[in-house]
Design a protein around this ligand. Structure first.
Ligand code: MN
Length: 235
């Protein structure tokens, strides 16, 4: 994260997320001769980050739904990576459907309950903030899950959560979907999680790795910047 890290842009009537800001306290100088440290400030949903169920109104009453109350065993889970980088490269509004997932399962096997489903789009290769947010007059255009996919994954596959490479877990045009922002609404309403702004998904296999994402324990946090680590077998 740095001051240029893109954050989600909402219409003017809504509250605003802070951009990342770093302030040096001392660097082996008169302010602290032997030590270097900084203050930083940012929104909970900045850079690569975790979305907790309490983030959405549908998840506000779920049990242990915030960054400091989620059971720690839920911070590690198997990962399924669905590669649609070619489709997303051709269409920034690409939506992953249940049919795409069933085609993936025909090759890799059924998604096990408690798994992460991570959509690889190579969107994170867009280093320019403008291209990454891809805002047009009618809003952002970024790939995401089709509104039919989210209940399929939450209820028929009982996944632990959904991860994507864009600034948020939902598609850029998800405010137009029914329900709006289905990944937020249905996943968090089912006490499930989100991971956004993931990178390097091309480095891990479609199946067989695990994902760890310890979020900061901010009190009643709705999410947190985090390092998301993929653990792979050594062969
Ligand atoms: Mn978020």
């Amino acid at each position: 994260m740095d001051a240029g890290t893109p954050t989600i842009a909402l219409p003017p009537e809504f509250g605003k997320i802070w951009p990342f800001r770093l302030e040096e306290i001392s660097r082996y100088d008169s302010r602290g001769p032997a030590w270097y440290w900084n203050n930083f400030s940012c929104g909970e949903h900045t850079g690569t980050h975790f979305d907790a169920p309490i983030h959405w109104v549908t998840g506000k009453d779920c049990a242990r739904n915030a960054t400091d109350t989620i059971p720690v065993e839920n911070f590690f889970a198997p990962a399924c990576v669905i590669d649609v980088s070619r489709e997303a490269g051709a269409d920034p509004d690409f939506l992953l459907t249940p049919q795409h997932v069933e085609s993936w399962e025909a090759i890799h096997g059924r998604i096990e309950a408690g798994s992460w489903v991570l959509m690889r789009t190579d969107w994170s290769k867009r280093q320019d903030a403008g291209a990454f947010l891809n805002m047009k007059e009618d809003g952002s255009h970024v790939p995401g899950p089709h509104p039919d996919l989210v209940p399929f994954l939450a209820r028929e596959r009982d996944v632990i959560g959904w991860g994507a490479e864009g600034v948020g877990t939902d598609a850029g045009q998800a405010h137009r979907f029914d329900p709006p922002f289905p990944c937020h609404s249905i996943m968090h309403g089912s006490n499930k999680f989100g991971l956004a702004s993931l990178t390097n998904l091309e480095s891990i296999a479609a199946k067989g790795s695990g994902v760890s994402h310890a979020a900061a324990e901010d009190c009643r946090g709705s999410g947190s910047p985090c390092r998301v680590l993929a653990l792979v077998s050594g062969d």
